[in-house]
Design a protein around this ligand. Sequence first.
Ligand SMILES: [Zn+2]
Length: 389
Amino acid sequence: MKKQQRLSLCVFIDAFGWELARKHAFLDGILALKAPLQTIFGYSSTCDPTIITGLLPRDHGHFAFFRYAPSRSPFRWYRPLSYLPKSLMNRGRVRHKLSQWFKKLHGYTGYFQLYNMPFDRLHLFDYSEKRDLYEKDGINSGAPTLFDELRARGIPYFMSDWRQGEEANLRDFKAALGQRPFGFAYVYLAAMDAVLHAHGTHAPQVAEKIQWYDRQLRDLIAAAETHYETVRLFVFSDHGMTDIHDLCDLIALVEPAGLRFGEDYAAVYDSTMARFWFLKPGARETIESVLVTEPRGRCMTREELAAWGCDFEGDTYGELFFLMNPGVLICPSFMGEKPLAGMHGYSPEDAGSVAAFMSSVPVSPLPNRLDDLYRLMMREALEGENRLE
Ligand SMILES: [Zn+2]
């Protein structure tokens, strides 16, 4: 195959934040720039849709996985599961198997996990990522993604399968190079997130993982350069990671207030925030009166949520958000029972939350926040299209 002119190679590394990128040697001699990139409020379930649509959460409609919506809950029929012994049902492997089975049964193509959601309350909640974000109609608001735009224009591209592990994704990219020309590629690498959750940001495993990425990406670029005259490399992340120094049992604070879950109020306890819905008059005041006694977090104002693009129509992801201070993990939560060494999903303004943007070529304007990546990638893909033969 004749050498093609140019490839824009975008590599997404989950949780490779600025604090790590600026401290560790990484692709030195290849990268022309390394810069902080503002993240947005939420988890990967919010950040990734923003990267591929250029929209803020209120406009793409993705935030956390679970939201109070009993009439729309796909879990209505699973209440009997709550009568099975907790010791069995709360085992990680049982939940994982159930998640897989549930996903298949309902034909969900998105990322699906039951996490630690209580089975006696699951019927009150809807799941927000039923469809594969990267395929057609994957975005809740109906907005097109970068990949929808490329498909509509008939621009050939490569996209990793996010369900696969990193080694498979690296291998598939290299295999695709020899099979067909494409001017744009998006390689998805998501394993460092788990390393950071398990060990924190200072562990030797993290330094090793970054060295591993360094070797793998050098290899990837060398492979790409045998097929393309120019390889323009962009490496970026969705968020950083904050080391956990304190645990907060927020559920144990709220439950004794005497309100009935599902009758008076509903709540989702994520890892770094709790989101509340109020179903009876007075419930908000009661919840607020207990939350104010917890100094390691705070109730967010509507203005703050709006400034972060998280003012959702109909308060679909919660009427009140209680956000923990950086480094404080809600534990147990509806996401997990066990403590973690690292977590993300704190204030986007906290240093640990900041994502990273790195590039082998000068970039102007420099992306400032995750949503700018969409515009940068569109530009790269459209310019690259003119150089394919
Ligand atoms: Zn994570």
